[in-house]
Design a protein around this ligand. Structure first.
Ligand code: CUA
Length: 335
């Protein structure tokens, strides 16, 4: 039992070193650079800290060992040249530590400011409390709009243009890069060069209101060919549902308040206040990383969004259970 308790901090430290939302497990060029600076700072500051504590302990021990050792003395004592040498050595050590930190920080900063060849351009707009994501294609028909998810091709640099519609938010995918704020009335940029295939989690990193914590997004890094296939699927309009219940759901969607805020390409729904739902079912989460994207969660989300994310702009729309089922059946067809 004691051993298990003793091993707990170690287990926590090790567990914190990998995962889908940690800067300690870099999966992109920028995160790797930041990891270098973090490790350097940890080593330099850790060594200095231990030395300071060590000398402090030594000084305390000496003062105790020599009764009256703390009494004031005047004039040069035999120990002073040694103290002067010690002080000079200490100053040199601090200077060397600071030079290492400044150099590493300068080099990492330069490297973060660089963008590789032919970057992919993506625009991310933050809203209370979700993310709009737009890819610009060669022609307007190839533009892709999605929400709360970012797809990136492996190894290709991406430049993300960051905007905000209401308050200040902060874009952060810790496994791939650092943080950059999204500020209303201003465009910021962040470069992402993913180096590992996988799914990662991004999170708003600036307090932006009540549901700040429920403002996450999924980041999917794929082989370039798979990424291209995803892009192609996303440019397609939604197919008309074949199932009668889903067809009824589409009619209800267009007759109720849903249509005021959401867009579904290929239908009359053209709202832009909320997330684009054309390919809703291709995403792994709903409500900005808050719930898994399955039938049950979709149902509970639409039935009462305010219970799940109090303060969200999505209102509670009065629906009978048949209407709710039909709308969910329709949304389930949006693959
Ligand atoms: Cu958006 Cu915090």
């Amino acid at each position: 039992m004691t051993r298990a308790v003793a091993a707990l901090p170690l287990a926590l430290v090790v567990a914190g070193c990998s995962g889908v939302q940690t800067m300690l497990d870099p999966a992109g060029d920028q995160a790797r650079d930041i990891d270098v600076i973090w490790r350097t700072m940890l080593v330099v500051c850790g060594v200095m800290y231990l030395l300071v504590l060590g000398f402090l302990a030594w000084a305390l021990w000496r003062a105790r060992a020599k009764p009256g050792g703390g009494a004031p003395v005047t004039g040069e004592t035999p120990a002073e040249p040694r103290l002067r040498r010690g002080l000079a050595g200490w100053t040199a050590l601090i200077t060397a530590g600071l030079v290492v930190l400044v150099t590493v920080s300068f080099l990492v900063d330069r490297s973060l400011a660089e963008v590789g060849e032919k970057p992919l351009r993506i625009k991310v707009t933050a809203n209370q409390w979700w993310w709009q994501v737009e890819y610009r294609g060669a022609t307007p028909a190839q533009n892709v709009t999605t929400a709360n998810e970012l797809h990136l091709p492996l190894g290709r640099p991406a430049i993300v243009e960051l905007a905000a519609n209401d308050v200040i938010h902060s874009f952060w995918v810790p496994n791939i890069s650092g943080k950059t704020d999204l500020i209303p009335g201003r465009i910021n940029y962040i470069a992402l060069t993913p180096r590992r295939i996988g799914a990662f989690r991004g999170q708003c990193a600036e307090f932006c209101g009540w549901q700040h914590a429920k403002m996450a997004f999924d980041v999917v890094v794929d082989e370039p060919a798979q990424f291209q296939a995803w892009m192609t699927r996303q440019t397609a309009a939604a197919a008309a549902p074949a199932d009668p219940q889903a067809r009824l759901g589409q009619q209800l969607f267009q007759a109720k308040a849903c249509v005021m805020c959401h867009r579904i390409a290929g239908t009359e729904a053209g709202g832009t206040m909320g997330p684009d739902l054309t390919h809703l079912k291709s995403r792994s989460h709903i409500a900005a990383g808050t719930l898994p994207n399955d039938r049950g969660h979709l149902q509970s989300w639409i039935a009462d969004p305010q219970a799940i994310k109090p303060g969200t702009r999505m209102p509670r729309v009065a629906l009978s259970s048949d209407e709710l089922n039909a709308i969910v059946a329709y949304l389930e067809t949006l693959s």
